[in-house]
Design a protein around this ligand. Structure first.
Ligand code: NAP
Length: 332
């Protein structure tokens, strides 16, 4: 069995090997400052930094970040594992089939990051519509020559159409924020959301109509085989040349090469992205494309959300180790 880390500074500490108490649990070292001692009581924690390889041993629980792959090989090296408590919304980093075969529960941290992510989607919408980053760059460059009636013209949102691809927790939260801006809402999801429709006047439509009619197209679906690459060259041919594409969901929903092409050729108004196919690498053409606002995957990056995500992940560990059902299973 691998040694535990008592100092918790993200390094395994061989000197602690004999001091094992409680449930052997691996926790992402990056969460250390977000978790209190009371939350970790009874767990024998090994803090594992993102650049450290997964240890082998009798660990019964792991709390990883989205950036750590937990696949068949990793699960095989942890034969006593009972739970992968992802500190993220979603489970893209876990081989759920391998986990199920081994009887390992997989949980995630939905809900607590909904408002933070919806707020960030709106930050991107407003920043793209009003060319906020271009304005900042112009001022800082020293090339701003004063007020001009044609300088950095954007679009007004009132009367425009917000298209939501996916109207789950975050998609609906983004939609609910659209009312005061006077936007009409269309959405695409496999199941209707009657309450959301009643509350906001949103209309459920087919994907092609969503693409054609949206002035702002915001992606809020999970990364699953049916959604991967859904914004490809064909989809981008359907969208309005003035449309703003927002992605705070998952990078692989978009074919980045095709998106870069649409932006380069002026076939898309703007793109506001928080997530990418191969994070932290970003496609060089996307980096260089015009009217592109790129954020470093900070959808849930508020102190409130991050604290609650860490707390929820650990609460899932406690529940499962106590023999109770997981609080927020990644799938049912
Ligand atoms: P959610 O509540 O599960 O909602 C997902 C939505 O997508 C539902 O409306 C679902 O409706 C729809 N959907 C699923 N499969 C679909 C398909 N094949 N075609 C069309 N619609 C489909 O998820 P959420 O909590 O809102 O999260 C949304 C996304 O944001 C996820 O990808 C999550 O990983 C990501 N996220 C990113 C950040 C960030 O930091 N940027 C933070 C949090 C979450 P139906 O089942 O009815 O189709």
């Amino acid at each position: 069995m691998e040694p535990r880390s008592g100092d918790g500074r993200g390094r395994l500490d061989p000197s602690r090997e004999d001091e094992v108490v409680g449930h052997a649990t691996i926790v992402a070292a990056e969460l250390r400052d977000l978790l209190g001692a009371d939350q970790l009581a009874g767990l024998d924690v090994t803090w594992l930094a993102v650049d450290q390889a997964m240890p082998t041993g009798d660990f019964v629980a792991i709390v990883p970040l989205l950036s750590r792959w937990v696949g068949g090989t990793e699960l095989k090296r942890l034969p006593k594992l009972r739970i992968v408590a992802n500190c993220a919304s979603g489970h893209d980093n876990v081989d759920v089939v391998a986990a199920e075969l081994r009887g390992v529960t997989v949980t995630h941290t939905p809900d607590v990051l909904t408002d933070a992510t919806a707020d960030l989607a709106w930050a991107l919408i407003l920043a793209c519509a009003r060319r906020v980053v271009e304005g900042t760059e112009l001022v800082r460059s020293g090339r701003w020559a004063g007020w001009h009636p044609g300088l950095l013209l954007g679009i007004e949102l009132r009367g425009r159409t917000l298209g939501l691809f996916g109207a789950g927790r975050i998609g609906q939260a983004v939609g609910r924020r659209a009312g005061p801006f006077g936007m009409r809402i269309l959405y695409t999801a496999r199941n209707p959301r009657p309450e959301f429709e009643r509350e906001t006047g949103a209309v459920r439509v087919e994907r092609s109509r969503l693409l054609r009619e949206s002035d702002v197209l915001s992606l809020h679906a999970p990364s699953v085989p049916e959604t991967k690459g859904m914004i490809d060259a064909a989809a981008l041919r359907l969208v309005k040349p003035t449309a703003i594409l927002i992605n705070t969901a998952r990078g692989d929903l978009i074919r980045e090469e095709a998106l870069a092409g649409a932006l380069e050729e002026g076939r898309l108004g703007a793109a506001g992205l928080d997530v990418y196919l191969d994070e932290p690498a970003i496609h060089p053409r996307l980096l260089a494309a015009p009217r592109t606002l790129l954020l470093p995957h900070i959808g849930s990056a508020t102190l409130e959300a991050r604290r609650q995500m860490a707390a929820m992940a650990v609460a899932n560990v406690r529940a499962v180790l106590a023999g109770d059902p997981p609080l927020t299973p990644a799938f049912r």
